[in-house]
Write a protein that binds this ligand. Structure first.
Ligand code: GLU
Length: 302
């Protein structure tokens, strides 16, 4: 199959309904794809079945449709992709790159140095499980030797991270058998031929881990653009945990216009009075990714 030059995606976790924060990511990824004559795919990231909220995938897809955002191809569900994640683990295992770890959180916290995302795994099980840990449930971790990763994010600029010293050997399969986000996202972005990733800046520090895995698995690295986050009055990212309100499906236009403003664009006030088709025509004709500001901010709720 001939791949289009630009293939992007929106990859929501179905842990709750779409809110204005996730709408920002959907709109920016959609406009970036469409203004590059690219494809825009949807992947439902339901790999962590313990966090899935029933019916939330259907509601997210329905909300995207109500907001006039049409995706290409079939929706992919990570819950149906376990065999591919297992195959990637087998590939890494063949090359001696993963190992079982039976440390508890407490044991790691007691022995670890703290870094950007919490304790850096101190490597206790890297050379084999000690006999007193042998019967415990175990995670699978990837070795992070030689893991200095540098990339240029289209909005946030240069990022340089040594995964080994700043994150440590990270988990690819949890002790309860669930494949982690870091593994699933890398396998799926490669399998789906993604060329451009547009998502929230909260994932900026995950990107070196993903590029590291791409290198180990022989995958290409896509381009990245990490967006500012919508925060509430307490400065917290809008999310299910911070009780963000779902988008209001009865009045898409004011929310779409507010989303464009958040993204640094200058939509005309009249767009609120028009229809969805005219909104998207205007948005595509006038979209300028260079105008997106870097900083996390409130959104002026319509
Ligand atoms: N599923 C993640 C989320 O909803 C996004 C992952 C990604 O875009 O890589 O926050």
């Amino acid at each position: 199959m001939q791949l289009s030059v630009y293939r992007g995606r929106f990859a929501p976790s179905p842990t709750g309904p779409l809110h204005l924060g996730s709408l920002v990511t959907a709109v920016a990824s959609y406009l970036e794809a469409r203004t590059h004559n690219g494809e825009w795919l949807i992947r439902i990231e339901d790999v962590d079945s313990t966090r899935v909220m029933p019916d939330s995938s259907r509601k997210i897809l329905h909300a995207l449709e109500s907001f006039g955002m049409n995706w290409d191809g079939e929706v992919v569900y990570q819950s149906q992709r376990h065999a591919s994640y297992q195959a990637a683990l087998a590939e890494l295992n063949k090359n001696g790159l993963i190992y079982p770890c039976a440390c508890s959180r407490r044991e790691i916290a007691d022995a670890a140095v703290m870094s950007i995302e919490g304790p850096v795994y101190p490597g206790r099980c890297r050379n084999g499980l000690s006999s007193n840990l042998a019967g415990r449930p175990h995670t699978l971790r990837v070795k992070t030797e030689c893991s200095q990763i540098e990339f240029v994010d289209h909005l946030q600029g240069k990022v340089d991270q040594c995964v080994e010293s700043e994150i440590g050997d990270f988990v690819l399969r949890r002790a309860d058998g669930i494949y982690t986000y870091q593994l699933a996202v890398v396998v799926d972005d490669a399998w789906q031929g993604m060329t451009h990733i547009v998502r929230g800046v909260d994932l900026l520090h995950s990107t070196p881990r993903q590029i590291y895995l791409q290198k180990l698995l022989g995958y290409k690295t896509p381009a990245y653009l990490h967006l500012p986050l919508v925060v509430n009055k307490q400065g917290e990212k809008l999310s299910k945990q911070t009780l963000a309100a779902p988008v209001d499906l009865t009045r898409p236009l004011p929310q779409l216009v507010a989303t464009l403003r958040f993204l640094g664009q200058n939509p005309l006030d009249e767009l609120v009075e028009g229809d969805i088709t005219s909104f998207w025509q205007w948005a595509q004709a006038n979209w300028q990714a260079e105008r997106i500001p870097k900083g996390n901010r409130f959104i002026n709720e319509p």
